[in-house]
Write a protein that binds this ligand. Sequence first.
Ligand SMILES: Cc1ncc(COP(=O)(O)O)c(C=O)c1O
Length: 391
Amino acid sequence: MPKKKHDQKFETLLIHAGEPPDASTGAVAPILVRSKTYSQKTFGKESRWQYSRGTNPTRSQLEEKLAILEGDGEATVFGSGVAAEASFFLTLNPGDHILACEEVYGGTYRLLDKLISRFGITFDFVNFQNKKEILKYIKNNTKYLFVETPTNPSLHIIDLKLVNEISKESGIPYVADMTFSPPITTRAFEYGAETVIHSLSKYIAGHNDVLGGAVITKNKKLHENLIFMQRTLGAILSPDECYRTLQEVKTLALRWEKVSKSALLVAEYLYKHPKIESVFYPGLKSHSNHKVAKDQMKNGFGGVISFITKNSKKNSLRKFVKSLQEHNIIYGESLASPETLLAYPPLMSHMALPKNVRLSMGIKDGFFRLSLGFEDVGDVLNGLKTSLKKL
Ligand SMILES: Cc1ncc(COP(=O)(O)O)c(C=O)c1O
């Protein structure tokens, strides 16, 4: 796509970026190329397409599109968000150190703690709200600052301007997992990030039918390393998943607007409800980092709310969840889908943590995470109203 077209508005890029009608057929929907191998024209001359673990036309199209949507850099896509993260971390060398924000996604923590650490790469987790604290933990061998915003599951907001300031002062690049802030709301490159990671499985694809991940980077050497990782580690995204993501991302702006509106209404309702102890939603004025969120998140604050119920007795929680299920709220893992999803981190994403560690992170026994879908929000509110009576 010619460069000047990238100046168009984000909603236009969502539809057209990287996807001109097919030159030979005029097809408007992407061409799905499932071929594993390619006929090579000339002996001794390298072909553009050779073997789909290395490169695949549908995958390349998605990679081009994601980089345009992020506003810069070059993308590589992988078979899941954690596969993207693993491929990124494995570009580091033994002896390298990563300084990460305190509340990273549980799977990221497990990846670093149980796998990446085996390769001689070390890491620390610190509170990324305080510059002095962060600077204290930077070592000579720190290769990256690693942040996630809003954090999962407590929806803390990391101030990317602050991270950029620290990155500039220390000369250490930062990488941002923007799974909870897709580019319709925040483009981390505009805040100085060198590299952006996404689980495509959430907002980018957004229909509960794709598992995928992406790394988009401005660092050319890192990008070459990631291409090497695709070919060598092979944790690539299949052409079918690339095709679905290309199609599904087109509605990102519409979906983001819908779920952000619904989530704000639900958050306001829960905030006033006598059976609720606390509500975490960046769009609420009561959120500890609302000011930063307002500056950093455009077009709404997303569809995810976390809340803590006052009553956390197992029996009552069971009745609460059963009643919500009867109102079409799905009890399950993950977020960002047509279906409203209710997750319970103490028995899901954070089950592996010792109880005292989980509690120290504020994930109490009554902690739930709700991801608003595309249903009528009145129906969701009705479901909550009836179900909260069970507590
Ligand atoms: C912030 C964040 N990063 C990465 C991942 C991992 O993505 P995936 O499930 O696609 O492997 C998740 C999954 O929930 C996540 O929430």
